[in-house]
Design a protein around this ligand. Sequence first.
Ligand code: ATP
Ligand code: MN
Ligand code: MN
Length: 301
Amino acid sequence: REVAPERPEKLPAPEPGIAITNRDRVIFPDDGYTKGQLAEYYTALAPLMLPFLAQRPISLVRCPQGRAKKCFFQKHDSGSFGEEVHHVPIREKDGGVEDYLYVESSNGMLACVQMGTIEFHGWCSRSDEVEHPDRMIFDLDPDEGLDFGDVRQAALDIRARLADLGLASFAMLSGGKGVHVVVPLSRGHGWDAHKDFAKRFAEAMSVAEPDRFVATMSKAKRKGKIFIDWLRNQRGSTAIMPYAVRARAGAPVAVPISWKELPAIDSANIYTMSDAETLLERAQGKALAGWGMAEQQLPDI
Ligand code: ATP
Ligand code: MN
Ligand code: MN
């Protein structure tokens, strides 16, 4: 059983210690945000991010020339991240073994930023026990044309269904179009049980309300519906980490929110990279106390 990490009392600005070059390079051309500003954002938010991000195998969205140029997902080391970015060997489906990346400090995060990283995505398990996931994500993906009110209601309904099963869940705005419903879990079960539960949960929602929900990826079947993307819960899949900046116009951020505030929120990208102070203040408030933390086991259903 894992003990939930302490919430930081204060949020000291960590010593950078990682040289960020080309600080004035504009990486969000529509908005003017620079690489230096992104490094400052992640330096400030690292204490809030690390309880979730630390030690997870990560997949980085790197955009070395800025978000308007070529961006790519990277999950293996290219040899140049330096010693603050660690490696964990993970068995691949084909039987081979590959080194995946993880960080455990703000310096590790900044080393990624130095390499052109904008987005941090993480596995549902951690590098010390890769085969035992500790969070489940239901990624709500609305079809074009649906409005955020539909996503909001879907998230609340999923929360209620999970609560029926004895599971506490938490909401996060993705910074894009949807909401992620996050279910922290004590470690113990393996990937097969994890994926199977997520799949059956999503399928049960879509069977109960086929006009609103769909549990298969097929675009054709998604018309006018919300895809409950349970595939984030497979071994090797990732989801955007709390407080990560998205490589999208406006530099929106993935933001934890309380269930209470969700009904008043109009879109999934209300916060941006320029809101670091607001996000730090919010995190100290009562509404977000304990967000993403719970000791609970996957039920047998
Ligand atoms: P939105 O709310 O706009 O859907 P999102 O972050 O949920 O934002 P999705 O397209 O639903 O975006 O993707 C969910 C997650 O799947 C991503 O956050 C990412 O971790 C992972 N993912 C998507 N595409 C890729 C890819 N090409 N390679 C690796 N991981 C990916
Ligand atoms: Mn999504
Ligand atoms: Mn998705």
